[in-house]
Design a protein around this ligand. Sequence first.
Ligand code: GSH
Length: 208
Amino acid sequence: MLKIWGRASSSNVMKLLWLCEEVGIPYQRVDAGGSFGVTTEPAYLAMNPNARVPTIEEPDGFTLWESNSICRYLVATHAPGDPLHPADPRARARIERWMDWQLGHLNGPMSMLFITLIRVPEAKWDRAALAGFRDETEALWDMVEAALGEAPYLGGDSLSLADIALGPYLYRWLNLPITRKAQPRLAAWHGRLMERVGFARHVAVPMS
Ligand SMILES: N[C@@H](CCC(=O)N[C@@H](CS)C(=O)NCC(=O)O)C(=O)O
């Protein structure tokens, strides 16, 4: 059976748990990262020298790290042809663009905002920096708000890996204790994602 290494509270692990639920891939999850440690042990580093979660391990010993690459690999190997990651080059590229954008643009300010608000004691907050992360993140979500004017899902008319890559961050953005401007398309998109069992079960969970 597929093994997923990583704590369930990790946004990057959530992507994989949701995807497995979405396409019916059986898996065993092993706690690692955060207070569980494990990621700096030699056996883990041999699988993932980046010492982060998630990492996957197949029964034949194949391992892979980087959550978005793992998502692509899992569809290709366990659900080939699934519209989550279509073969058409243009449709696929429009989906992968958002996966790259999540990693290259959204992840930085969003993680700083999340870690400060949820994991750093309030007395230690740098409020000016926090306001900067909030503003930067809101401007990035405005891009998604505009994109959702073209289609109900980020990659087009149906759920795709673009939604799965951004979903955990959308949930956090809409639930962090901050003031936010109204972004009605984001709210409607969140409502559509909440209808997916995998999102409701693995992503829409208390933040820690
Ligand atoms: N780009 C990597 C990021 C991996 C990453 O930073 N994971 C975080 C959790 S979301 C982590 O391992 N943090 C340290 C830890 O949990 O010990 C991916 O998408 O897999």
